[in-house]
Design a protein around this ligand. Structure first.
Ligand SMILES: *Cc1c(COP(=O)(O)O)cnc(C)c1O
Length: 404
């Protein structure tokens, strides 16, 4: 076999084809903007589920904690373990449901904090914790359903639920919370209803003399729309990543997109009028054209449904994508861009000069939401952290650009 220096070669290859750039300075900026909106008594939880919405959970968690977030939210136990293994010590709430004894043991071992949605689940937790016989009770977060019709005990049964948990010495209630279904909507009727139900549940808990250390209700949209929804903590996902839950919320604060997707040109060629491009010849050149082949495709998370409907940025210019997007490659019409070379970098999503392409642009074309676009970038794309890293303590350092 030919010799090959694995460590240096792999590092160099990270930016040879296509990658996701994650801007730590933009993360810090967005956390700062959210903190300015919140009263000091309200803590900021950064929701970093789904690999931090595709940005890379460890890099994001370290950056947002250094910038003033104090809680992290994940969907699953493995997502929490990944953060603990990276040395992160902040409290981590698991937003999803966990039910089995094995899950309880993992949660206790890794000092994660579960969401409890039903009395039955509370009993499983108490029973398993009793077997583990820890010195401290496990902090648990009670989830109420106030109108989302997803996880949680019906808000009308909040007191009964909390009383049951309170009687279990293995568990300590760390918060009571609920989740909003329509907080980004201009129509406030459902938000108002959910808010009222949450308030009624709180009043009943108070009447029953159950003390709750922490209440929370708001996602990003709730955080941006109404101070009355802030309570003791807000759970912000999308806004941390610099996107707005809805266009009408852009005036509330100034967020910076954190993620950019870049790829290299691998070949440039001239094709004649009448020539078809890519699978199915869904694009036929109507003139002589210069086209660039770019090393990114739907296996990287560029949705195939954007074929013939997206643009990219090169040297500050916007160019059209042409033909079907393939698994690993796509083609651009670069007839109007002078002096291009193979190896040049194309911005697929992000900013180049005064041109930008946002996840919202893609979401609008595809009739979906920016959350889904961000989560769609696959692991084949290395996450490359750029921007200053803030000073942190107690967190194992991660080299800039390290593959996670
Ligand atoms: C995902 C999630 C959030 C964050 O939502 P954004 O709209 O991205 O801010 C907050 N709370 C819960 C329960 C979630 O599942």
């Amino acid at each position: 076999m030919l010799s090959w220096d694995q460590s240096s070669s792999v590092a160099r290859m990270r930016q040879e084809r296509a990658w996701v750039e994650v801007d730590r300075a933009a993360l810090a900026h967005n956390v700062g903007q959210l903190r300015r909106l919140l009263p000091t008594r309200t803590a900021l939880m950064a929701v970093v589920k789904a690999d931090a919405y595709g940005h890379g959970a460890v890099t994001v968690a370290q950056a947002v904690l250094a910038a003033g977030a104090t809680w992290l939210g994940v969907a699953t136990i493995p997502e929490g373990i990944e953060l603990r293994e990276a040395g992160i010590q902040a409290p981590i709430l698991i937003l999803g449901a966990t039910n089995t004894a094995a899950q309880v043991r993992a949660i206790a071992h890794w000092q994660l904090q579960p969401t409890l949605c039903t009395p039955k689940q509370a009993l499983v937790f108490a029973e398993t914790m009793a077997e583990l016989a820890p010195t401290e009770p496990l902090p648990v977060h009670l989830k109420l359903d106030t109108g989302m019709s997803r996880l949680g005990t019906n808000w009308q049964d909040a007191t009964e639920f909390a009383q049951l948990v309170q009687r279990l010495p293995q568990l300590a209630i760390a918060s009571v919370y609920s989740h909003l279904a329509t907080a980004e909507s201009l129509d406030r009727s459902v938000v108002r209803l959910q808010h009222q139900r949450f308030e009624q549940a709180i009043a009943q808990l108070r009447q029953a003399k159950i003390s709750i250390p922490r209440l929370h209700l708001a996602n990003s949209a709730g955080t941006l729309t109404e101070p009355a929804l802030h309570y003791d903590l807000v759970r912000a996902g999308l806004a941390i990543y610099g996107l707005y839950p809805a266009a009408h919320l852009q005036s509330v604060l100034s967020l910076k997109p954190v993620l950019q997707v870049k790829a290299r040109i691998t070949q440039i060629k001239t094709i004649q009028a009448g020539t078809g491009v890519s699978y199915g010849h869904r694009f036929i050149a109507d003139r002589e054209m210069r086209i660039a082949v770019v090393a990114i495709g739907y296996a990287d998370g560029v949705p195939r449904n954007l074929s013939n409907q997206m643009t990219a940025l090169i040297q500050g210019q916007r160019v059209a994508q042409i033909g079907a997007i393939t698994m690993d490659q796509l083609m651009l019409d670069v007839s109007q861009v002078p002096h291009l070379q193979e190896g040049d970098v194309v911005t697929i999503l992000g900013q180049d000069g005064n041109q930008t392409i946002t996840a919202d642009d893609w979401a609008n074309t595809l009739n979906t939401i920016s959350w889904e676009i961000l989560c769609g970038f696959k692991h084949r794309l290395p996450r490359v952290a750029i921007g200053e890293r803030s000073q942190e303590s107690g967190v194992r350092s991660q080299e800039s650009g390290e593959r996670r």
